[in-house]
Design a protein around this ligand. Structure first.
Ligand code: 2RA
Length: 333
């Protein structure tokens, strides 16, 4: 039985990875929770256990066969090579390696074939939490021959981490008690507002998050020529991302066939008469669904509303599914 490390264990995604590893009974003999010094917590939950958080700069990667990195790109750039030099297989959920041609970017249900032939010590990148549910929803639609995707995202503050959750909570209560509050995580007030910027804007006015959607989707779906128009927006919601999706396709759209394809791919499809006709981010939170509702067509354009738990499904679950796939492929015992 192997040992594994979760690097970034004290963060929102790290805690969710540990929860899912325990829930899904990942066959690890021992799990190490590892993080940098910036977190106040000294322990973190793993099923019924409390794990001590070990300091990243003192951690001996030679003790583990697998490391799941959910600690951001700076940590990944510094420590992933060190872990791999110790023979560790790494799953990295940061943007450090997602577009590196030498590193597979994988969601098992979308392009799991990219894991074939990997050996111990391999590095696999996991996509952005804004991309994973979207790629899962689009994958079954590829037979329609997509030409152009237009997507607007409605992203909860948890995507920006614990401090962003605290900022939304503090600004909301401050407004009700007529107190001043500060914008530290976000450039402008997020409470009772929406911000059309996630990450830095480049010289063409495109945000980092929008580039991430375009580039990662094309790579995951193996559709390098797909036209993608993405507008990424932060909304004052704690957990759960949503997407308004329109996909222009070459083929005629048969909605019955589309529904069957989505259901066969394991997506949660909501009919007009169910749940008031749609699933909100709030209802998507805390479960493993990738929820599609308001499915409709206009000529050769298929539109729908998508929602999913960004921390659990968008981020942590894919890391754990990758770990399960690598385990089944025999990369570690
Ligand atoms: C967000 N997808 O929601 C981003 C996190 N990388 O902020």
């Amino acid at each position: 039985m192997m040992q594994l490390a979760v690097v970034g264990a004290a963060g929102l995604v790290g805690q969710s990875v540990l929860e899912l590893l325990a829930e899904r009974q990942f066959p690890a003999e021992r799990v190490f929770a590892v993080d940098g010094p910036e977190h106040e917590a000294s322990t973190v939950s793993y099923g019924n256990l409390e794990l001590d958080i070990r300091q990243l700069d003192e951690f001996g990667f030679e003790n583990v066969a697998l490391a799941i990195f959910v600690a951001g790109s700076d940590v990944a750039r510094e420590y992933v090579p060190q872990a791999r030099a110790a023979g560790v297989t790494v799953i990295d959920f940061s943007d450090a390696y997602r577009l590196d041609a030498e590193v597979p970017l994988v969601i098992p249900s979308v392009n799991g074939d990219q894991l074939a032939g990997l050996e111990a010590g391999a590095l696999v990148a996991a996509p952005n939490c804004t991309v994973t549910p979207l790629a899962m929803a689009l994958r079954p639609l590829l037979p329609l021959q997509p030409r152009r995707l237009t997507v607007a995202t409605y992203q909860s503050v948890s995507g920006a981490g614990q401090k962003a959750l605290e900022e939304l909570a503090e600004q909301t209560t401050a407004l009700f008690s007529q107190r001043e509050s500060e914008n530290n995580v976000f450039a402008k007030r997020i409470a009772f507002n929406v911000l059309p910027q996630i990450g830095q804007l480049d010289e063409d006015g495109v945000s980092e998050e929008e580039h991430s959607v375009v580039n990662e989707l094309r790579r995951l779906l193996q559709q390098p020529a797909l036209q993608v128009e993405a507008s990424c927006v932060r909304v004052p919601v704690f957990f759960g991302h949503a997407w308004a999706v329109s996909l222009e396709v070459e083929e005629d759209i048969d909605l019955v066939q589309v529904r069957n394809r989505l259901l066969a791919a394991g997506l949660q499809l909501i009919a007009a008469e169910q749940h008031g006709g749609y699933i909100t981010p709030m209802e998507a939170t805390g479960n493993d669904g990738v929820w599609i509702s308001r499915l409709r067509k206009t000529g050769k354009t298929l539109s729908f509303w998508l929602s999913a738990d960004n921390v659990r499904v968008g981020a942590a679950l894919n890391c754990v599914l990758l770990a399960e796939s690598l385990y089944k492929a025999g990369l570690f015992e």
